[in-house]
Design a protein around this ligand. Structure first.
Ligand code: NAD
Length: 368
C-alpha cells in the first residue's frame, strides 16, 4: 500500500485522525476531505474491516464523496466520514461511542458525525453525551430522525427532472418504473410514483418488503434478476451500489436511470460513458440522493421538517443544471456533476475571510 500521505494527496484530503482507546476498545479513523465550504459532515460507519488499510481506504473514499454531495446540494458543509473498526453486532457499547464522541469533540467542530451503516440513532445519542458535533439524533431529542422520507422525496423530484429532460414530460403518469429495493427509501419512492399515476414494478430480497408496497400501493412484484430486463421507461436503483456494470447495462431497455442508491456506477468512468453511449440519461447518484444529507444538515440550524423538504425540492433544478452542462460539453452526466461540485468548492475558496467575526460555531472557521 502507498503511504497514508500519498493516499491523502491523491484526492486532496486535509486530515486523517486515528483514534485509539484500548480501555474502551475503540479503534476509529476520522477522515476530513475538504472544509473549504464548511465543517466536514459525514456519518460514522461501523464495520469489521479485514485490515486497517481497508478501513483507511473506505474512510478516504467516503469522505471525498461527502464533499461532492454537500457541494452539489448547495450546503455550507465540507466532506468527512468516520469508520469504527469492529463488529457492529457484538462490539457496541456506551463507552465505545462516548470515547468516539470525545475524539469528535477534540476536533472542535471541523468534523460533524452522524449515523451510517452499522450505527444507529441510539449510538449517536451516546456520542452526543460527549460532543455537540453530532447529527442524526431522534426527533424526540430535537434531531432530524429518519432521513429516508426526505431522501425519497428528493429522489422523486430528481427523477421528474430526468423525465423532463429525456422525455419532455412534466409528470410520471403513464410511465413504467422499475424500483430495485423497497426498504426505507424505496417504499416512499414507490408511494410518490404510484400517487402520480406511474406503473411501478418492484423487487427486493425480502418478501415482506415487497408485500408491503404491493398491498399499500398496487406495485407489481418481480424477481431480483428480472429487474434489469423489464420493458420500462425508468430504472430506479434503491438497494445496493455497483448495479450499473458490464453485465446489466447492455440489458437495460429504459432510457432513464434515476434512483437513490449510493455508488450506482461500478466504475464511474467506464459505466458512466457506457450509459451515455446507449442514450440512457443517468441522474448522478450523489445529486439525486442528497435529500438525506439536506435533512441532517438542517439539524445544525435547528431542525425544521418543512424546510428540509423544500430544500430537497431544489434537487430538480440541480439535476437540470447538470444535464445541460453534460449536453453542452458532450460529456457523461457523472462528469458534469463532478464539475459542478468542484466549481462550487473552487469558487468558495476564493472568498476572502478577513472581515468575518472571529468565532467558532459548529466548526465554522476561526480566522484568528
Ligand atoms: P434499506 O436497507 O432500508 O433498503 C434497501 C433494500 O434493498 C432492502 O429492503 C434490501 O432487502 C434490498 N436489497 C438488498 N439487496 C437487494 C438485491 N440484490 N435486489 C433487490 N433488493 C435488494 O436502505 P435505504 O435506507 O432504503 O437505502 C437504499 C439506498 O439508498 C442505499 O444504497 C443507501 O446507501 C442509499 N441512500 C439512502 C439514504 C437514506 O436516507 N436512507 C440517503 C442517501 C442514500
Amino acid at each position: 500500500m502507498s503511504s497514508i500521505f500519498e493516499s491523502m494527496n491523491t484526492k486532496d484530503h486535509e486530515q486523517v485522525v486515528f483514534c485509539n482507546d484500548p480501555d474502551t476498545g475503540l479503534k476509529a479513523i476520522i477522515a476530513i476531505h475538504d472544509t473549504t465550504i464548511g465543517p466536514a459532515l459525514g456519518g460514522c460507519r461501523m464495520w469489521n474491516y479485514a485490515s486497517d488499510e481497508e478501513a483507511i481506504t473506505d474512510a478516504l473514499r467516503l469522505s471525498r464523496g461527502m464533499s461532492y454531495k454537500a457541494a452539489i446540494a448547495s450546503l455550507n458543509l465540507g466532506g468527512g466520514k468516520s469508520v469504527i473498526i469492529g463488529d457492529a453486532k457484538k462490539q457496541k457499547s456506551e463507552i465505545l461511542f462516548r470515547s468516539f464522541g470525545r475524539f469528535v469533540e477534540g476536533l472542535n467542530g471541523r468534523y460533524i458525525t452522524a449515523e451510517d451503516v452499522g450505527t444507529s440513532v441510539m449510538d449517536m445519542e451516546w456520542v452526543r453525551m460527549e460532543t455537540q458535533y453530532v447529527t442524526g439524533i431522534s426527533r424526540a431529542l430535537g434531531g432530524s430522525g429518519d432521513p429516508s422520507p426526505v431522501t425519497a422525496f428528493g429522489a422523486f423530484v430528481g427523477l421528474k427532472a430526468t423525465v423532463k429532460k429525456q422525455l419532455g414530460k412534466d409528470s410520471v403518469s403513464g410511465l413504467k418504473v422499475a424500483v430495485q429495493g423497497v426498504g426505507h427509501v424505496g417504499y416512499h419512492l414507490v408511494k410518490h410514483l404510484t400517487e402520480e399515476g406511474a406503473t411501478v414494478y418492484v423487487t427486493d430480497i425480502f418478501e415482506d418488503s415487497i408485500k408491503r408496497v404491493v398491498d399499500d400501493f398496487g406495485a407489481i412484484a418481480v424477481g431480483p434478476d428480472e429487474i434489469y430486463d423489464l420493458d420500462v421507461d425508468i430504472y430506479a436503483p434503491c438497494a445496493l451500489g455497483a448495479t450499473l456494470n458490464d453485465e446489466t447495462i447492455p440489458n437495460l431497455k429504459c432510457s432513464i436511470v434515476a434512483g437513490a442508491a449510493n455508488n450506482q456506477l461500478k466504475d464511474e468512468s467506464i459505466h458512466g460513458q457506457m450509459l451515455k453511449d446507449r442514450g440512457i440519461l443517468y441522474a448522478p447518484d450523489y445529486a439525486i440522493n442528497a435529500g438525506g444529507l439536506i435533512n441532517v444538515a438542517n439539524e445544525i440550524e435547528g431542525y425544521n421538517r418543512d424546510r428540509a423538504f423544500s430544500q430537497a425540492e431544489g434537487i430538480y433544478d440541480i439535476l437540470l443544471t447538470i444535464f445541460q452542462l453534460a449536453e453542452d460539453e458532450n460529456i457523461p452526466t457523472y462528469m458534469a456533476a463532478n464539475r459542478v461540485a468542484e466549481k462550487r468548492m473552487e469558487d468558495i475558496s476564493k472568498l476572502k475571510n478577513f472581515y468575518l467575526p472571529k468565532k467558532n460555531f459548529m466548526g465554522k472557521r476561526d480566522n484568528s
